[in-house]
Design a binder for this molecule. Structure first.
Ligand SMILES: *Cc1c(COP(=O)(O)O)cnc(C)c1O
Length: 376
């Protein structure tokens, strides 16, 4: 059996090596390391794939969130509603911009922000909602957009874990996640579903003037070189990363299918187990399984993690500490938030290996090992 990794990028690379190596050599030959042709080409290909009018590439997914919040003209003290059960980047940029993070509950089934909790958290200072499509499943965007319209709020979708996922509205219309809110953001961190070979990120919007502003902010607040209209930052996707992404974007749907196939195998193996809840699949979302995350009941999660490690099976806790309990937010009233569902999940989730190269032998070994521990 091949060694099992949480994420295996090597085999995926080997399959596209000829094409990737040639594309990187082209960039080397061109020496257009910044803003070379592949950057605009990739942005345009991704816009077409997503059905988004504008895609603005940037340096990483954290910058994408920051630039999105800067472009919406939020002022210090404005309230931004986010889940606490997320990767730190989502909430960190809120604090960085001196906005006020308002942490709300997630739905225990979907792991995503709970629309009812959003509605309760709205005040006269609320300006934006940041749903995170955690583990590859969309938040309930139809409800969230209803709330946003009703209260005139911006919606920034943190789509770093769900790129390529479809959302189906109750009238049957479909949209890609990240293209439903005011702005969508993503990360091309190597282990993401669409990852490059370094850092990268992008911002999506259908709004022309917002797109111009996003582009300007990512480029030192200038449209015309050396004429700076506003305070911005320096956030670029470099040419080599864009060249890699152009190739990997063509494979994204295939990669998603491979992840979903592995998830199906896991689901079947753990079906109806009294101590294991397999990932819930919301009917409005096509789950793209950035992570395959179980909820365990009456299982010593740390001991399971150790047991699996003795068999060279990695497993991870995403995320062991929710945002509102992080020291980072001590001065933002983090500990004053009462989020029992978030705490409940934080104590029970465990993620198993998930990537595009898992084979049946490995999946069988992983699932039988998990069951061996849990059933003992
Ligand atoms: C990865 C990730 C980010 C940040 O992306 P970087 O490219 O690492 O800055 C933001 N939000 C979520 C939900 C992520 O998973």
């Amino acid at each position: 059996m091949r060694p099992i990794q949480m994420v295996n990028l090597k085999l995926q690379y080997q399959e596209i090596k000829t094409e990737v190596d040639a594309a990187i050599h082209d960039v080397l030959d061109s020496t257009a390391f910044i803003n070379g042709k592949p950057v605009a080409e990739f942005a345009s290909n991704l816009a077409a794939y997503l059905g988004s009018k504008h895609v603005i590439p940037c340096a990483n997914g954290t910058d994408a969130l920051q630039i999105a919040m800067m472009a919406l003209g939020l002022e210090p003290g404005d309230e931004v509603i986010t889940p606490s059960f997320t990767y730190v980047a989502t909430t960190e940029v809120v604090a960085l911009l001196r906005l006020k993070p308002i942490f709300v509950e997630v739905d225990k089934n979907t792991f995503c922000i709970d629309p009812a909790a959003i509605e309760k958290a709205i005040t006269s200072k609320t300006k934006a909602i940041v749903p995170v499509h955690l583990y590859g499943q969309s938040s309930n965007m139809e409800e969230i957009m209803k709330i946003a319209r009703k209260h005139n709020l911006f919606v920034i979708e943190d789509n770093a874990q769900a790129i390529g996922s479809d959302y189906t509205f109750s009238d049957g219309t479909k949209k890609k996640t990240g293209t439903i809110g005011t702005i969508g953001t993503t990360s091309f961190f190597p282990s993401k579903n669409l990852g490059c070979y370094g850092d990268g990120g992008a911002i999506f919007t259908d709004d022309d003037s917002l797109a111009a502003k996003l582009k300007m902010i990512a480029n030192h607040g200038q449209q015309k070189r050396y004429y700076h209209e506003m305070v911005g930052c320096n956030s670029r996707l470099d040419t080599m990363q864009a060249a890699v992404l152009k190739i990997k974007l063509k494979k994204l749907d295939e990669y998603i299918d491979a992840r979903r196939k592995a998830a199906d195998y896991y689901d079947n193996a753990f079906a109806n187990h009294p101590k294991i809840a397999v990932p819930y699949r919301a009917k409005y979302s096509k789950h793209v399984f950035h992570q395959y995350t179980l909820i365990l009941e009456n299982v010593d999660r740390d001991k399971l993690n150790e047991f699996l490690a003795t068999k060279n099976i990695p497993s991870m806790i995403y995320y062991p500490v929710p945002a509102h309990r992080q020291q980072m937010f001590a001065n933002f009233g983090g500990s004053s938030f009462n989020l029992p569902a978030t705490d409940w999940l934080t104590e029970r989730v465990i993620s198993l290996p998930m990537h595009t190269e898992l084979d049946e032998e490995q999946l069988k070994f992983i699932t039988s090992s998990v069951l061996e521990f849990i059933n003992q």
